[in-house]
Design a protein around this ligand. Sequence first.
Ligand SMILES: [Zn+2]
Length: 1361
Amino acid sequence: MRYLQLRRTIYSLTGKWPKSLAIDQTKEIEKHWMPKLFDEHEKYQLERDNDKKQKMYVLPMFPYPSGRLHMGHVRVYTLSDTLARYYRLRGYRVIHCIGWDAFGLPAENAAFERSEEPDQWTRKNIAYMKEQIKQLGCSFDWKRELSTCDPNYYKWTQYIFLMLYHEGLVYQKKAAVNWDPVDQTVLADEQIDEVGRSWRSGAIVEKKYLKQWFIRTRAFTQLFLLVFVYLFYEIMNINTLYLLLLMINFVYNDTHKTYYSTKTPYKSPSSTLALPLPPIGFELVCTQIIARHGCRALEGRKYDKLTMALWTQAKNEQALTKFGQKFGEDLQYFIAINDKLGRGHLSRLGKIEHKNLAHRLTERMSLLLRKVLSTNSSTRIRLVSSGKSRTISSLNAFVKGLPLTITNLIDYEPANRTLLAFYEDIKYQTYLKNDKQLKNKIRSIHMQSYSKQMARNTLERLYQKSFIDKLTNRSYFIIDNESGKSIKNELDAVRMLHNLYLIGPNLREEGVGSLLEKYFNLHESAWFAYLQDAKEYYEKGPGFSDRTIIYNLTQILLDDFFLHSEQCSQINSKHFLRVRFTHAETIIPFAALLKIPMLSDKSTPINQTYTYENNNWRGELVSPMTANIQWEIYRHYNNDTNHYFRNQQILIRMLFNEYPVSFKYECKPYDMINQFFYTIDELKRCYRVSLYDSLDTLDKDDWQTLINIQRMWMGECNGVNILFKLSIPTTEFDFIETFTIKPEALLTVTHLYIQSTHKLARPDLIEETESGAKRLRIDAIHPLTERLLPIFINNNADFGPKIRANRTMLNVQIGTPISNKFDESFANKHNISTVIDSSTHWHRMDLETLLAELRSRELGGYRTSGKLNDWCISRQRYWGTPIPIIHCNHCGVVPVPMNELPVQLPSIENIKSASKTGISPLAKAHDWVKTRCPKCGNLHAKRETDTMDTFVDSSWYFLRYLDNENTTKPFDSKIVNKLMPVDLYIGGLEHALTHLFVARFIQHFMYSKGLCTSIEPFKRFIPIGMVQGKTYKTSNGQYVSKDNIITIEKNTVMHSLTKEPLQIDWEKMSKSKYNGIDPQEIIDQYGVDFARLLMLTSVHPRSLRNFNLEDGIVEGLQNWLKILIKLYVELIESQTKSNIKSSITNEEFKQIEIALRDQRLNTIYTVAFYIDSFFSVASAIIELQKLTRYLRKVPIDVKQQSNEYLISLCDVLVMIGPVIPCLSSELWTILQKQIKSNIDGYDLSKSLFEQNYPTLPDDYPGKINALFDTTIFASMPISRSLLPSLSISDVLQYLNENDQQFQMKRFIEQNGLKLARLRKLSDYCATLIYERDPNVTIIEQPSEPINDKKKSKTSKKKNIS
Ligand SMILES: [Zn+2]
């Protein structure tokens, strides 16, 4: 070692390599290379605007400048830097930025405690940490750096706040806030843990009443949650929005959720739904539509007849319950109504539906109609039905909805069964009756034990148990000879009944809409609706992935649509409207053929089963009554000549149930702006493509945890919030707020309850009534009728489930005696007037109008979950973004004019004494507070003295990076739209919960304002696991520092003084636990490259990292680096040694080269696989270690002569370069100096990071894998050209044909797995991803550590040593 120190030098400068690499040489290498690498980053930054390269926005969460980097930072930044370098080498234009989340408490505390200016304190920390990050070799684009405490940044945070304010999304209210008594500040709900402690100080949080600023996050939650669920589909654009509106309208918006599957009455979009305009130059020239008939009476006499027969049987046996007797009456009445209407005939509601459909359709066509009527054209309307009575009635009702002026233009086509009743096709009918797999699938779904349980629940209300037992034991056989249907068991019985129940709402206008509602509870009706949906889905819908029969049949209808589109788009077209009236049997397969994204596009492999969890297909959504699909045909004006024109000038837009929807994924819209418009040529092209290639390539791995948490946290959006003003406001409250899942009860509220813990339940406000109830002396005012409502203190009312320790979901509840038993008896007992004046105009309004009225009165009315609150952003702190509001005595709250931003923080000198009083420190800055009212000029107006929660600052920083020097607005949409969304977002999961929620909120807002085209800000998210350190604890939980322990054996330690045995644990690093490791020490001791390697090795990014420097980890990595270095140093040495006499034959030489090539390509493949799939640099490192060990064993004479060997040496450095950039660059110079020949794919005159990433030759096979967690348990090669078109069933088949079939099946069984989805990685890999099947008990726990990847090997190893 001594002489090494004498000869301190490095190869790239001297051409000489030291015998061994000591730390001072390492340091010298890093000192030499670091500035060079930075120069190269500069070069990449010049590429900012190179649009030719695909962009890749890699973003680590920005740090709080606390003073020094900790291990968590190092873990995030080394990973993000490695990935950034990896993608740069792969040819991407990488955006990789960093900045500072610089407002916050520590700076303020430092300021007040040590008289340091927070600004200076922060800047000092930033400067230090910036040096540390640079020292880590991170390749950030420093020109994009930003800091949230910089007025050039917070000016725009204030600007966004004002945008929200002007949109009504910011408001101020006096509210009970969570008060941290230690930090003297307000906390958000999300910043309090389950037991009610502050996330920061750990103190028990108190309630305090302050006037606070809120952001109305709840306004977006409904969409928010849904979009999140659909995030994986990666079509985050306007398409999603309309589709979600459609879904919300049909499925989610029911205040009183009921389930009627395909018998759901039609729900038209609200009249306010604005459709996007066509591209400039295009106008509507015709519309065509296919519509299902409307609501109808029971078809035939089977369900009712059989149900009646069963009931009569029970009656004769005296087996009816009391409820069952009533049922008989209801049933008779229900049958009578159906008879009166005529079986299968349209009900009154059905007629209204079609009349209104025609009305809205002609509204949308009004311009065209005017043109048709004003010119003497001979263009007309064509109507056609399937010929069945209900489609004919629908047609007639439709005609009644058309303006009288155009009814003379109608041509009635003869009924067309071939087109509109193609399901009568004999082949299809045979399939329905005889296909075993179909029958088995539906039976297995129906016969689940849960079905039987639900059936019993339902029947037990009607019949005595003994009777149902007999039914279950098949003692009865009731058959309807006409239809062949029969009741053999309890399931049959309930299915008949359910079919009657479904028709109920169809007969609303006949007065029996809810007659049968009481015979099913919500769970039962939901379950039987699912059974109904499953049958429809398999028989008519997307069904099995590998069946084509439905699609084949439906093709005729699609052809008809295309044909008519072409005809009616011509100048001399004979028709401008064509309407087809049909049945669910046609609508469902047609929707399946069209593969409307997220709606009707997902079929199910045979080995899986359609459920509500794994599929969006819903009968009520795809084919409710009057379901309809419309194609609007648009033509370019310029082509108003008599010549035929190119089809490119014809655009088509599809409306599904009157909402614009996309055509299937493979179809490219007209352009990015007009997403719903497609040229007819493009549609013809993409619908000719194979129907089975729509793949489940969606990646939800990254998001799953977060989605689950956010879902739980936001809760289900199943209700509405309502605010009640108080008749006499108190100092603490102007109004009280509650949440109800039954907003339809709004008008029948007669009183309110509050809990005794509610702050209003003060002794001085409470009085006792004569009946002994406790009530407030203050009343609540009904938000609409303004009736005075008494407020009672009663803890027995239903305040919802507990959500946190000692806290129920609500502390205020409404009393509605009309619909609630508890409220009814309470009202009776305490003489509350239950008389509701239902003659007021309120009672004539529908619920949506009432809610809109609440919103306009600012008294709630937002659909939301009971769990989520609006976001309180007021903080009584100094070091934050000032809220840009002025309070004026005359004008009230006045926003600061945009052109006066930023409102700058005043100097701290004036306000030091204000620390920790609970009042905003800014209130003491009198000169600053006093200002002129921008509205009336009043000179005694006052500035808002609260500052914003720092989560507001970080809610949009990823947008600002992209345009951080903009001085006229927060960012330029054009620039941002090119680079958003963030492709990889990297950060800790703890922080991510709140942060991602608000960042997503702001992005949704920007999207809703048209400032961003991506609705979601982040595409993939890599949650980084915590870094933990080893702790030693005494039996009473005291932490002991390392200096005070004695190690006895490997895992046995004791206290050096007390000799007490100590407990060893892994915990989050913390000073108080003596388990922190300062990254600086590691860098000082081992160098930067080694610190990076150490940080990235061992575990996947998302796993917890138990960090220590013991257990041989350091030595292991050092040994590997030695091997790596030696491979290159050998090249220098071989120059000086004469050629060794060859000991192997030419044939052997060739064999070794082939094996070497296999090994090398396999490594390239596997490294890319691990990084692209899991971002697992750790697994990539293991693969590279394997390759280097392999290379070491290559015989020396092969090393000296093989070109293949030299390529391997180049590959290794390019692949490991992103992890250890300095050492790799240094070793690269050896290749540059020593290799005299040309190496394929490399330019040795250029530096390492200017090389291209190694690629696989075209004939190198791709792979099909089966994966669970991170273990590949089956794998086989496949030609890469086949990969893009493979479907899940193809992949399954390939794997089954493989010799690994047995092993694969065993693994699946042993681990209790089910197939989740298929993921394709560019063009080299298709992976079937398996998940634990929760329904299967695992026989044996698998233990697959990360470095045991033996099963992933497919290329055969040849022993060459
Ligand atoms: Zn004023």
